[in-house]
Every structure is written in C-alpha cells, then in structure tokens.
Design a protein around this ligand. Structure first.
Ligand SMILES: [Zn+2]
Length: 152
C-alpha cells in the first residue's frame, strides 16, 4: 500500500480485517468492530478491502408493555442480537433460577447493498457517489463506502 487509507475504510493485514482506526506514520491500527479487537500493522503489509454501502436491518418480535422506554428496548434488542451477550444472559438467568424467556426471542438480520447513488459514512452522512468508487465524507473526512450498481 503506497498511501495510507483514510479512517473509515477497511483493510486487511495477514488474517485480520478491520476498519482503519488510526494512521501513525507507516503504522495502521485496524479495528474489528464485531470482535471488538484492534491490531497495529505496518502500512506496507495492509491491503484495502473494498466496501459498499449496505443497509442492515435487524428485526425481532417482542411482547412489550405499553410505555417501556426506548432505551430499555434498544438495550434488550442489542442483547438479543449479540449471540455472546444472549448466551451470557441466559446463563445468568438460569443461575439465578429465573425463567430464561427474556433471552429467547430470535433476531432476524437482513443486509442489502444500496444502489441509490449515495455513499454512506460511519458518521451517518451521505454523499452522491459513483458505484464502486469510495469518496471522502464531506462532514468528517473519513472514507465513505460507495453504492453498488443499480440492478439491471
Ligand atoms: Zn462522515
């Protein structure tokens, strides 16, 4: 890699794939947000991993009481969506002699590449972009992932 990739882009070094989270001279720090791990790698050993704008939708059907606040629902859904947290919660409830039902609802996930002509940045900004060509975010300066070609 000749020039350092911008934060927000994805790169691979050895078997590690992560977001570019820091650039320091000829060192990159890659961060894998799913595994919550980081790794510092030499710039020369890193390869850019192409990324596209993708909409990920999580869905879950829950029995909810009227008035349960948004923050509680979000935290519960986050627990259900993360298999590690779900398993820990189920174990903790079992150890406490509680019904484990709160850890049972299944979360569906749908991921669709976006073909609407807009790049997506981690900061939430969108910018017009050509399919397949990453752009610099005009709001934060990170790299924004481009859309894919519209179908057909
Ligand atoms: Zn941005």
């Amino acid at each position: 890699m000749d020039t350092a990739p911008r934060p927000g882009s994805w790169a691979r070094a050895g078997g590690f794939v992560g977001l570019v989270a820091a650039v320091d001279g000829d060192q990159l720090t890659l961060f894998d947000p799913g595994a919550r791990r980081q790794q510092q790698v030499p710039l020369a050993a890193a390869q850019v991993v192409p990324a596209a704008a993708v909409r990920v939708t999580l869905t879950v059907d829950l029995p909810l009481p009227h008035g349960l606040d948004d923050a509680s629902v979000r935290r519960w859904v986050a627990l259900l969506a993360d298999p590690v947290l779900r398993e820990r919660a189920a174990e903790a409830m079992a150890e406490a002699g509680l019904d484990g039902g709160a850890a049972e609802p299944q979360v569906g996930m749908d991921a669709r590449a976006l073909s609407d002509g807009l790049a997506r940045c981690l900061c939430g900004a969108t910018a017009p972009a050509t399919a397949g060509i990453p752009v610099t975010c005009h709001v934060c300066g990170r790299q924004a992932a481009p859309p894919v070609e519209p179908p057909g």
